[in-house]
Ligand binder design. Sequence first.
Ligand SMILES: Cc1cc2nc3c(=O)[nH]c(=O)nc-3n(C[C@H](O)[C@H](O)[C@H](O)COP(=O)(O)OP(=O)(O)OC[C@H]3O[C@@H](n4cnc5c(N)ncnc54)[C@H](O)[C@@H]3O)c2cc1C
Length: 353
Amino acid sequence: MKVIVIGAGLGGLTLAHGLRRAGIDVAVYERDTPQGRPQGVSLHLDERGRSALHACLPPAHFAMVEATTGGPREQTLTLSDVDGELAITGVQPSLARPGRQVHRPLLRAVLLTDLDDVARFWTEFTRFEQRADGTVRAWFADGSTDTADVLVGADGIGSAVRRRYLPDARVVDTGRRMIMGATPLRAVLGTGLPGLIGHSPATARIRGTTVVVAVLRFSEAPLSARRRWLPALRRTAAEIEDYVMWALPATREPSMEMPPALRTIIGEAWPDFTVALRIGSIPPPEPWRAGPVTLLGDAIHLAPGFGGNLAMQDARHLCEALAEAHHGRLGLLDAIGQYEDTMRRNGFTKVGA
Ligand SMILES: Cc1cc2nc3c(=O)[nH]c(=O)nc-3n(C[C@H](O)[C@H](O)[C@H](O)COP(=O)(O)OP(=O)(O)OC[C@H]3O[C@@H](n4cnc5c(N)ncnc54)[C@H](O)[C@@H]3O)c2cc1C
């Protein structure tokens, strides 16, 4: 069996590893460079994403991810301004989705490691054609083509595969906006905030402005984890350091009335990792009949704050289904249909909830 994956994002790369480990031939096509576009520095990894990575990645890759997560995030704090200083004024003892923070560019670099023979960059997918023999041919902007038994659109929110396969499924603007950034921990130690919140995410609502902050202190320094687990990792792990991530609604400039600790965190942010987001959603399309083309992750459902976990979870489920077909325990279209039922259940009910 051969599978073409469009998109070397979190979902596509997790799928590529899983398929290869299952003995299935896979080719990934990505329009960007291996570094990709900026998508922020931090990702909250919950049990869905973690168990998908565990199932799909080679053990050393997974060990590298585990070694470089932040501490456990089990509660949410509320911060308030007390006499001009930030203080904890509330503790919500359980987090809706407990997990740990991971450094996103590092996670992507881990996912790219050892896929040189599988992933092709600067190759933009444009269209596909379903052929009479049941296979699918994909076309790329440079005029090249490739043919496989299955074509997977893991090409994110603007998915060209979805636009052609399910043209009625469209992204709608929720009207919500967010600015997210990250600031080196060393630049804000003097504010006292990192010590105050520990590993817990914290929400500060001060004079009409809401800011969410969280600290990532690497469990093991990325450089030493790389030496121990994944020497083939290309990214210079030395340049990665502990940081504070922050997010705030983007309707206006951060209030200059905010406490100095928050002003410092936002003022000292890394420009490369500061992103402005328009939050979209995809209303659930009517279930469709399974075919040799399918979709995963943001290409089919959007979940602000946990879309990456869903994309990796989809990758795991699709990989398991295709492995069943590969080993002759399930017909190919039945396997894809079963995956799509699960993906719709996980993706759309949770998003709508
Ligand atoms: C700032 C920020 C913070 C976030 N925080 C979290 C978080 O804490 N937890 C969480 O779970 N999620 C988070 N998300 C959401 C998460 O990033 C996405 O849900 C996730 O990246 C989706 O993965 P994916 O593989 O479906 O798509 P993507 O990761 O978007 O990958 C799609 C890939 O397809 C490529 N592509 C697109 N079109 C084509 C084409 N025509 N041909 C070839 N390649 C193509 C793109 O270049 C891209 O590399 C965050 C997102 C942002 C922006």
